[in-house]
Design a protein around this ligand. Structure first.
Ligand SMILES: Cc1cc2nc3c(=O)[nH]c(=O)nc-3n(C[C@H](O)[C@H](O)[C@H](O)COP(=O)(O)OP(=O)(O)OC[C@H]3O[C@@H](n4cnc5c(N)ncnc54)[C@H](O)[C@@H]3O)c2cc1C
Length: 417
């Protein structure tokens, strides 16, 4: 029977990052990926604090050569076009975080998984885990592929199965829904939608309605990803099918209509419901969760792939620090869980502020005093490790958002079209 140091469930960004790093360090790794690649996947806008893992994996130059759109910042606008803020990562961050990529995930995920393979990982694809029995010394797994069922063994399993959360479900790990409302996203690719000029051509544009929001992500010279996110029940009530709902929302917004005027639909509309959740524990004695399998938060700040890459990297480091084949101690499990939760917790606070119209008014009018603009820029870029100065400025931002409800410190936002 084949035995691997590590078996990774899922070949998305989390799985490829941990796989590549482990194989490069000499571990025997099998990545089991259910789908044939290339395959469509949502999550196309990266943020710069994921760059480091892409560089550590040695895939950065390949991404540059692949011709992905360069993303140098993000912009936020109101649905009625009355309010606009543009952020440039380079204004407050070093060159390593000054830019990143917008990616068509079919191409990006294939490139990362190929890189993991070239780094030494074995890939079983299309294949999925049929069963896993966790013992004190190792894990017995059965892999189902086109060739049939194969029994293998591993010292550790990394669950990078995305929102399928294979281990969380299999081991009934307790989880919370994080108190965010259930949302739905409808999205498609378009050709010739509106483009910013010059260096801002690669910016993500977020268009904020009174409740929901749109994204516009430039994927290449012509192609733009456009999506709408709103509470599930409300979005469903706007039409009888995805296309009707999508256009009803676009037509209700001056800014979105303007940006999509002249755009041609490419392919189909897709939809996904997005339930935020987080498992209470991200590691056990012989398993670790990385990426969405550990938790998923509302996608407004494009945090998913960054968290997937960083937790994938952290899972690899955690295993590499172990003496060979030893079980993860309780302290190691807790440390890993705390690090994973820290990343999602910062975004959770940001997400709550984004959906609060008073806080969003402060966000849209950041003052240069107390470096509030810099603080927001750093958070939008994905800085979740809080040094003292970022921590107190983030607190100040939350305090001003609270104050805004009572005494306006920023002009109140008007959402009427
Ligand atoms: C509406 C919406 C918009 C988003 N926008 C953004 C964005 O702009 N930027 C951003 O960074 N993130 C965004 N995200 C989040 C992003 O999609 C995810 O966070 C990211 O893909 C997580 O990566 P992952 O590697 O953890 O999981 P995934 O990318 O989901 O990869 C998991 C892989 O595991 C495989 N798999 C699943 N089950 C099994 C199994 N049993 N056996 C074998 N393989 C299996 C799947 O086929 C898949 O390839 C968005 C999400 C949503 C819902």
């Amino acid at each position: 029977m084949k035995k691997f140091d590590v078996v990774i469930i899922g070949g998305g960004p989390a799985g490829s990052a941990s796989g590549a790093l482990l194989a490069q360090a000499g571990k025997s790794v099998l990545i089991v990926e259910r789908e044939k690649f290339p395959r469509f996947h949502i999550g196309e806008s990266l943020i710069p604090f994921g760059n480091e893992v892409l560089r550590d994996m040695g895939v950065w130059e390949k991404l540059e050569r692949a011709g992905f759109m360069t993303k140098k910042g993000a912009e936020f606008t109101l649905s009625n076009s009355c309010g606009f803020q543009r952020f440039w990562f380079r204004n407050n961050l070093g060159p390593e975080h000054a830019q990143t990529f917008q990616v068509e995930r079919s191409k990006f995920d294939s490139l990362l998984l190929d890189h993991a393979h070239q780094s030494g990982c074995q890939i079983s694809q299309p294949a999925s885990i049929d069963s896993a029995d966790f013992h004190e010394e190792l894990i017995d797994l059965k892999i189902q592929s086109e060739a049939g069922i194969e029994a293998i063994q591993a010292s550790y399993v990394i669950d990078a199965s995305g929102r399928d959360a294979w281990i969380g479900k299999k081991l009934s790990v307790p989880k919370s829904d994080l108190g965010l409302s259930k949302k739905m996203a409808i999205y498609a690719h378009f050709e010739n939608a509106y483009r910013n000029e010059g260096e801002a051509a690669g910016h993500i544009t977020i268009i904020r309605m009174e409740q929901g929001w749109f994204w516009m992500i430039p994927l290449d010279e012509k192609k733009t990803s456009v999506g709408i996110v709103w509470e599930q029940e409300k979005l469903k009530a706007t039409g009888s099918n995805l296309e009707e709902r999508f256009w009803a929302m676009i037509h209700s917004s001056k800014e979105a209509s303007f940006r999509l005027k002249g755009g041609t639909l490419l392919g189909d509309f897709h939809a996904t419901t997005d339930y935020s959740y987080r498992y209470h524990q991200s590691a056990g004695s012989r398993w670790l969760m990385a990426g969405d399998s550990a938790g998923f938060v509302d996608p407004i700040f494009s945090s998913g792939v960054m968290i997937a890459l960083r937790t994938g990297g952290l899972a690899a480091q955690t295993i590499l620090k172990q003496s060979p084949s030893s079980a993860l101690s309780l302290a190691t499990q807790k440390k890993y869980t705390a690090a994973v939760h820290q990343m999602t917790s910062v975004f959770l606070k940001m997400i709550e502020l984004f959906y609060d119209n008073d806080a969003f008014a402060v966000f849209m009018n950041p003052r240069s005093i107390f470096k509030l603009r810099e603080t927001i820029n750093r958070l939008v870029a994905g800085q979740t490790e809080m040094d003292w100065s970022l921590r107190w400025r983030f607190r100040l931002f939350r305090f001003l958002s609270w104050l805004q409800k009572r005494y306006p410190v920023a002009p109140r936002l008007v959402f009427s079209e």
